[in-house]
Ligand binder design. Sequence first.
Ligand code: KG4
Ligand code: ZN
Length: 347
Amino acid sequence: MKILAIETSCDETAIAVLSGDGDSLRLEKNAVYSQIDIHKKFGGVVPEVAARKHLETIIPLIDDTLGKDKLRGIDYLAVTSGPGLVTSLILGITAAKTLAYVHQLPLVSVNHIEGHVYSPWLTNEIDAKKHFPALVLVVSGGHTEIILMKGHGDYQLIGQTLDDAVGEAYDKVAKLMGLGYPGGPIVSKLAEEGNKDAYKLPRPMMDSGDYNFSLSGLKTAVLYSLEKKKSIDQEDISNMCASFQNAVIEVLLSKTIKAAKEFEVKSIMIAGGVSANQALKDALGSEAKKMDLPFFYPELKFTGDNAAMIAVAAYYKIKSKKAELLKGKNIFSLEPNGNWQLVKNKV
Ligand code: KG4
Ligand code: ZN
């Protein structure tokens, strides 16, 4: 089975071709055009600018990536149709609909978060029989969720953030220290040189008894701690980055591990942009090891938004017969859903 996937939910225009046979996957093509340098100067993603850039990029990217092969051998088209920026989603959806209709191929709509959930599958030997149920910590710029994955396409929401997402918290903390955008990579780099015990920051909702998170208070605590100081030097900034990161990791770790125990999972996974964070992966990996559980994470190039993860999610949706295959005129019924929740049912 060969799938061509398109992803344009935020500020990355991405396309991938994946072929699969059983659990053996082969990523044949993978291209990501990131708009980060364009949005950097605005301190965040500007939706109108993102949409215009997707419009300019999508066709050349498809042409360059597919080359003279065009759509030869492709069996299905997959596209992200939410959650994300509607003005961005619509460009990928329109491209996918057009290709599917013209080439008479079935079209599969994929949830962006489900894509992230499947990103570790691209480079790990994950076996449904051995590794389900899995506990998946999804941490990105827009999402922070603990999901229990009982089977392909079978999810239960265990906990989520009540306010800011983890990546968003990194971005906001970086912004208030004037460090640039996106904040995650900058803050985590500076944290390596800092003292994590330099500032006493709260561990929000650590003992709330559920699996939810709240991260906006942490950002305010960072602001107050810095305001108390007369002047701030580079060392203070590194120390604050380390203290902030330590607080975030402690909260994420404690809830994820507690949930892994309660739900007696057979593996732990992490996904989303923040899964690029080495300190978080090290901490989670060592806790998983103590519990004798395999720990899976995506390769660095698949942590951020990409179409390869959308293709794997589509592959398993089709394989497990959970995909709705849009064909012929039905292809045109697909619309973007900016707030599409992968799982609504909370345990
Ligand atoms: O998944 P993603 O590329 O886009 C969304 O779907 O949101 O995630 C982007 C987020 C940004 O907030 C960015 O600051 C964060 O991931 N991020 C990191 C790291 N690398 C990226 N956060 C913490 N540590 C990192 N190393
Ligand atoms: Zn994402």
